[in-house]
Ligand binder design. Structure first.
Ligand code: FMN
Length: 250
C-alpha cells in the first residue's frame, strides 16, 4: 500500500452541463479504483478567471500570489495541494477555452516570478483529456498544449494505455450521445486516470524515500501565501494590489 494521493480533476468547460465531464468522470473512476486516492474537482463553469495582465510581475514575485482577486486563488490552491492532475478540456479554436489559458498563464507566472525564474520541482503527475466537436478538430494539438504546461511546471505527463492512447485522450462529440458511446475514448480516459493515480503514488513514495538527499525544490510549500495576513514587514492588513502596468519588469 503506497502513500495516499490527492488528484485534482480539472474540467475546462465553461458550460455547467458539458461533454468534458463524460470522459473526465471515466478518468476519475480509473483513479479511484487504484485505492488510497482522494479526488478534488475544479470546474471552470461559473468561475471568474481574468487574464494575466503581465505588468505586475513584481507583485507576483513579492507575494507569491496573483494581484487579481477572483476564482483563480481557488484553482491555484487546489493545484498546489494535488499530487496528480487529470486535465479535461474542450477545444476552442484549436486551443483550450480562454479561461483555461488565463488560469495557466497566471499559475505559471506566480511561481516563475516568485522563484526567480526557476520553477519548483513540482513533480505532479498529469494526463490530458481533450474533446471537440469535430473528429480532427485539434485534439492532439490541445493535448500537446496541456502536456507542454505540465513540462513547464516541472510536472510529469503520462498517457493512457496503448494501443489507443499515444499522447492522452482525444474525444469527438458531434453530439453528447456519440461521445457517451465512444468506447475507445471512455476506456482510454479510464486508463489515463488510473495511470495518473498509480504514477502519483510512485512519485510521492520516491520523493518521501529520498527526502534526505533531494534539494529543497522538491518540497515547495503546499499552500499559497494567505492574502489576508499581509507580508512580513507590511503595515497593512492585506497585500497591496499592484499598480497595474507600472511594474512591468519581465
Ligand atoms: C468558441 C468555440 C470554439 C470551438 N472550436 C472548436 C475547434 O477548434 N475544434 C473542435 O473540434 N471543436 C470546437 N468547438 C466545439 C467544442 O469543442 C465541442 O462542442 C465540445 O464538445 C464542447 O465541450 P463541452 O461541452 O465540454 O464544453 C468549439 C466550440 C466553441 C463554443
Amino acid at each position: 500500500m503506497g502513500p495516499e494521493v490527492r488528484i485534482m480533476a480539472i474540467n475546462g468547460s465553461p458550460k455547467p452541463k458539458n461533454n468534458t465531464s463524460i470522459l473526465l468522470e471515466e478518468a476519475i473512476r480509473g483513479a479511484l479504483d487504484v485505492g488510497g486516492v482522494e479526488v478534488e474537482r475544479f470546474g471552470f463553469a461559473g468561475k471568474k478567471i481574468s487574464p494575466c495582465l503581465g505588468g505586475c510581475s513584481a507583485y507576483c514575485r513579492q507575494h507569491g500570489i496573483c494581484a487579481r482577486e477572483d476564482d483563480f486563488d481557488e484553482f491555484a490552491s487546489m493545484w498546489l495541494r494535488a499530487d496528480g492532475i487529470i486535465f479535461g478540456t474542450p477545444i476552442y479554436h484549436m486551443g483550450p477555452p480562454s479561461q483555461v489559458k488565463a488560469a495557466l498563464d497566471r499559475l505559471g507566472e506566480i511561481f516563475f516570478a516568485s522563484s526567480g525564474g526557476r520553477y519548483p520541482r513540482f513533480c505532479k503527475v498529469g494526463g490530458a483529456i481533450v474533446q471537440g466537436g469535430v473528429r480532427y478538430g485539434g485534439q492532439e494539438v490541445v493535448i500537446q498544449q496541456i502536456i507542454d504546461h505540465f513540462l513547464l511546471m516541472n510536472c510529469l505527463p503520462v498517457t493512457g494505455d496503448m494501443p489507443e492512447s499515444y499522447l492522452g485522450v482525444g474525444g469527438f462529440a458531434p453530439n453528447t450521445e456519440y461521445l457517451r458511446e465512444d468506447r475507445v475514448a471512455r476506456e482510454t480516459a479510464y486508463s489515463l486516470g488510473r495511470r495518473v493515480a498509480e504514477m502519483a503514488k510512485i512519485v510521492k513514495a520516491g520523493v518521501q524515500a529520498l527526502s534526505a538527499e533531494l534539494p529543497a525544490e522538491y518540497f515547495y510549500s503546499r499552500r499559497l501565501p494567505d492574502r489576508n495576513k499581509g507580508t512580513p514587514g507590511s503595515s497593512r492588513g492585506g497585500h497591496e494590489r499592484a499598480e497595474r502596468g507600472s511594474e512591468g519588469d519581465r
